[in-house]
Design a protein around this ligand. Structure first.
Ligand code: NAD
Ligand code: UDP
Ligand code: UDP
Length: 317
């Protein structure tokens, strides 16, 4: 028999959080979505509002929160460089103060808690692809540090609460993920290229486009997060979740132009500071312990994402 769980999703009105809320509701759970709408939007969850098992709380997790749930997915944090660098002190606060509050909550109510960590904890990696035991190459004083070091400190807090207070923790290191409900102006490569291609504007490649990324579709990622949450207590992670198929940024630009059937041309500009040269997850651990691997090919995921951006383009952007 499937038992209904009460699940808290912080950052539930964001891109990934909203897909997660939807999936948890579909599986028959009670979902509390907490969000301060810093980068998230009511538009992402408006279709869930009438569901009696869905509850929305406007709240900033850097302040204490008192609710009663069985599981917590801690997704709250601006994720794109433009957004997290807009108020870098707040970015560190959400990762440190926010994590302490959610861990304190989990401790009081004995809930399982999952942290949405990131491949950015590896920084500009000197090991390729990155396994979970690679310790990373992170600049602690650069423009990306508020996010990278904030997320590293959050992982430290999760493991200290686990060791010190026996908390049931799960840490997922998420690699670049894309899909419908990404913020159209978040400056990330997939959203930028699709919006530029749809508008017929030049596609802006930073650097020469030879840097690589691997792109995971949102549904695959959410599936990995839920598998991790449902895994036995002794599985704490960190576990890499992402799609290991690697593309250069130039290849991505060409694919988007083809799928949109766009007349956009490609232009090149300078590479931002500390921009990682290459990034690709080693997902063998997730394969072994969660029996998880992404199923959706970049071309198929991009088609769905293009359809979404085309739909909102005229209405909101
Ligand atoms: P997003 O910006 O769409 O979602 C983040 C959500 O958190 C937003 O709804 C925002 O309003 C909310 N939020 C921010 N600060 C908050 C606060 N103080 N209190 C309450 N809510 C707050 O980003 P996303 O891409 O959905 O990312 C979700 C999580 O996954 C983040 O923690 C991010 O670091 C992590 N992650 C995402 C990716 C990716 O490629 N999308 C990769 C690695 C890690
Ligand atoms: N906290 C919360 N909700 C709760 C319990 C705790 O938001 O239900 C916050 C509270 O602000 C506290 C933090 O979590 O400061 C850390 O809690 P913990 O019990 O670890 O430490 P405390 O600071 O209470 O000693
Ligand atoms: N990028 C680009 N053009 C853009 C946006 C991003 O060439 O319009 C590059 C960026 O420099 C980086 C890669 O695409 O090398 C991925 O950038 P994104 O911000 O999406 O993610 P992250 O750097 O955090 O992996």
């Amino acid at each position: 028999m499937h038992l209904k769980k009460r699940v808290l999703v912080t950052g539930g009105a964001g891109f990934l959080g909203s897909h997660l809320c939807e999936r948890l509701l579909d599986e028959g759970n009670d979902v509390i979505c907490v969000d301060n709408f810093y980068t998230g939007s009511k538009r992402n969850i408006v279709h869930l509002i009438d569901n009696p098992y869905f509850e929305l709380i406007r709240h900033d997790i850097t302040f204490p929160l008192y609710v009663e749930v069985d599981e917590i997915y801690n997704m709250a944090c601006p994720a794109s460089p433009i957004h997290y660098q807009n108020d870098p002190v707040q970015t560190t606060k959400v990762n440190v103060h926010g994590s302490i509050n959610m861990l304190g909550l989990a401790k009081r109510i004995k809930a399982r808690i999952l942290q949405a960590s990131t491949s950015e904890v590896y920084g500009d990696p000197s090991v390729h692809p990155q396994p979970e035991n690679y310790l990373g190459n992170v600049n602690c004083i650069g423009p990306r540090s508020c996010y990278d070091e904030g997320k590293r400190c959050a992982e430290t807090l999760f493991f200290d609460y686990h060791r010190q207070h026996r908390l049931k923790i799960k840490v997922a290191r998420i690699f670049n993920t894309y899909g419908p409900r990404m913020h159209p102006n978040d400056g990330r490569v997939v959203s930028n290229f699709i919006m530029q291609a749809l508008r017929g504007e030049p596609i802006t490649i930073y650097g020469d486009g030879s840097q690589t990324r691997s792109f995971c579709y949102a549904d695959d990622l959410v599936d990995g997060l839920i598998r991790l949450m449902n895994s036995p207590d002794e599985i704490t992670g960190p576990v890499n979740l992402g799609n290991p198929v690697e593309f250069t940024i130039l290849e991505l630009a060409e694919l988007v132009i083809k799928l949109v059937n766009s007349k956009s041309r490609i232009i090149f500009s300078s590479l931002p500071q500390d921009d990682p040269r290459q990034r690709k997850p080693d997902i063998s651990l997730a394969g072994n312990i969660l029996k998880w691997e992404p199923a959706i090919k970049l071309e198929d995921g991009l088609k769905k994402t293009i359809e979404y951006f085309n739909g909102i383009r005229t209405k909101y952007v």
